[in-house]
Design a protein around this ligand. Structure first.
Ligand code: NAG
Ligand code: NAG
Ligand code: NAG
Length: 372
């Protein structure tokens, strides 16, 4: 017995030594918890960062050795060592997330189950509708989705906020122009007997990401992310409660859920009912091929049904809404991994839709939402 143990620990020691020496070799130095590799910031060593360095904020680039310009170059999704990032307790949004979990007593013990397409009342209390109301009209055109991430702030896509007048004019209640309306706690906006408790809001401000860019020629978008500031805090309850920002990249999740009130088929009708779809996240290479390079894998990912037999997708009208996963720690909460941005054709598995990676922007969000 003793002999066997000795042999084992000798083996273990050798294994550890070789593991350590392998780590020390500069060619295999992983960083950012296995999602990247330390590389020189050059066009050949790390093209993915080299060419888009100017787009993302400098503090979003992770360095292995800043003085030598060695960056943490993101690995393709399928090559990444999947490590779940634990929450950073110093982050304000992580603290808030813990508090949000206590808003809804009913879900604390029963995990919410995905499945089917119609969302049940109170299932996704973070879902927001963004609509436009013409002056003098009582009807609202619900054109985009969003995610409540704080009682007063909704995360959405930048392209949902395109206006013909200035932002000041758009926000000024006395200026005659279409006005944005946000609705929370809705399920079927054409029904008053559904299991919903809607709350409507005006906007007092909205912030489009400063590097948002749309390519008119191919319809692709970059940094398609924005924040809406509501005119008051939402009343949090079983029907209205925020979702959490991701603690890490969320790259370990290949099964994601998207929800929205968008078109149910290409060139079809909008759905007045909140719908959900389960989607597969595709690897960067597949996204790039299927979308003919109209995607920047550093800041965007793509997802689709993963099968020719399924038409699951997000579509026009779902824009700005979340693609999310169950929170790893809090039963009541979801984590927003991406924001629905654009796609070529709805419901065709060959053409996945593109999502903005939320985790790259959490510092930007935190400054606006929880900053002074
Ligand atoms: C990786 O995860 C550890 C905890 O396991 C954490 O302390 C560390 O900050 C993470 N590293 C990076 C670069 O995010
Ligand atoms: C709105 O909610 C935030 C976050 O919970 C809180 O800090 C703030 O005091 C609230 N504001 C008002 C006016 O109630
Ligand atoms: C909602 O109801 C209105 C009025 O009945 C109708 O015109 C509209 O098409 C409906 N919208 C949806 C998406 O079902």
């Amino acid at each position: 017995m003793l002999k066997a143990m000795n042999t084992n620990s000798a083996f273990l020691a050798i294994f550890l030594l070789s593991a350590l020496s392998a780590r020390a070799a500069p060619t295999t130095e992983y960083c950012d918890n296995g999602t990247g590799e330390c590389k020189e910031l050059t066009a050949t060593d790390c093209p993915v960062l080299f060419y888009i360095e100017f787009i993302i904020e400098a503090n979003n680039i992770k360095y292995c050795d800043k003085a030598k310009d060695i960056v943490c170059c993101p690995l393709p999704l399928n090559a990444q060592k999947r490590v779940m990032t634990p929450a950073d307790p110093r982050k304000l949004y992580e603290k808030e997330c813990r508090r949000y979990n206590d808003v809804r007593p009913t879900c604390r013990s029963t995990p919410l189950i995905l499945g089917g397409t119609e969302v049940k009342g109170r299932e996704y209390p973070f879902m927001a509708l963004l609509g436009i109301q013409q002056p003098g009209s009582s009807t609202i055109s619900w054109d985009c989705g969003g995610t409540l991430i704080h009682p007063k702030f909704v995360l959405t896509a930048a392209h949902c906020l395109e206006t013909t007048e200035t932002k000041e004019q758009r926000l000024d209640p006395n200026y005659k122009s279409p006005k944005f309306v946000v609705r929370l706690g809705e399920l079927d906006y054409n029904s008053t007997t559904d299991d919903a408790q809607p709350q409507d809001f005006r906007l007092v401000n909205y912030v489009v990401h400063p590097a948002y860019d749309e390519n008119e020629d191919d319809g692709s978008r970059l940094n398609d992310i924005a924040l809406l500031e509501l005119d008051r805090n939402a009343t949090l309850n079983e029907y209205v409660a925020p979702a959490c920002l991701p603690s890490g990249s969320g790259d370990e999740h290949l099964d994601l859920t998207a929800a929205g009130w968008g078109y149910t088929k290409n060139a079809g009708d909008k759905s007045s009912k909140l719908l959900q779809v389960g989607l597969k996240r595709y690897g960067d290479q597949v996204c790039s091929e299927r979308l003919e390079s109209r995607i920047v894998s550093r800041t965007q990912f793509c997802a689709g049904s993963g099968s020719a037999n399924s038409q699951a997708d997000t579509c026009n009208g779902d824009s700005g809404g979340p693609i999310f996963v169950q929170h790893p720690v809090y039963n009541c909460l979801k984590q927003v991994i991406g924001i629905t941005s654009y796609g070529a054709i709805c419901g065709n598995y060959k053409f996945p839709s593109v999502y903005t990676k939320v985790h790259l922007y959490t510092d930007w969000i935190e400054n606006i939402v929880w900053g002074e």
